[in-house]
Design a protein. Structure first.
Length: 120
């Protein structure tokens, strides 16, 4: 709703090693999206909006109805392909040069924790 979907998406994806094993990941995810330029007060309002929750639930149901079970899931030539590595493998069958593509999963950067000392 802020026009920051892709920067926030990338921030959450790249910060996954920092939050994937946490019991409460929300603070780390919020730090990542804040660094991506998301207005956190607006995000809080969005998270509390029942209409937004209804939209998310409806989209999830739509995905389940067509057989999606996890993300990322791609369809390549009508075939369901789950995960970036599988996507690269399938794309390499079609485009041999695709093997040289560097995906975000290949170049993971972990953001500094909020308590880490600042570098000067």
């Amino acid at each position: 709703m802020q026009g920051k979907f892709w920067p926030a998406h990338e921030a959450v994806f790249l910060s996954q090693p920092a939050w994937r094993e946490l019991e409460e990941a929300k603070p780390v995810i919020h730090q990542a999206v804040r660094q991506a330029g998301v207005d956190m007060a607006a995000l809080d309002r969005c998270e509390a909006d029942p209409a937004v929750e209804q939209r998310i639930v409806a989209e999830r149901q739509e995905g389940l109805a067509v057989g999606l079970k996890s993300t990322p899931t791609f369809y390549i030539n009508g075939q369901m392909v789950v995960g970036f590595l599988a996507m690269r493998e399938e794309m390499t069958k079609i485009f041999p040069d695709a093997a040289s593509i560097i995906l975000p999963a290949d170049n993971i950067a972990v953001p500094a924790s909020p308590d880490a000392p600042k570098q000067s």
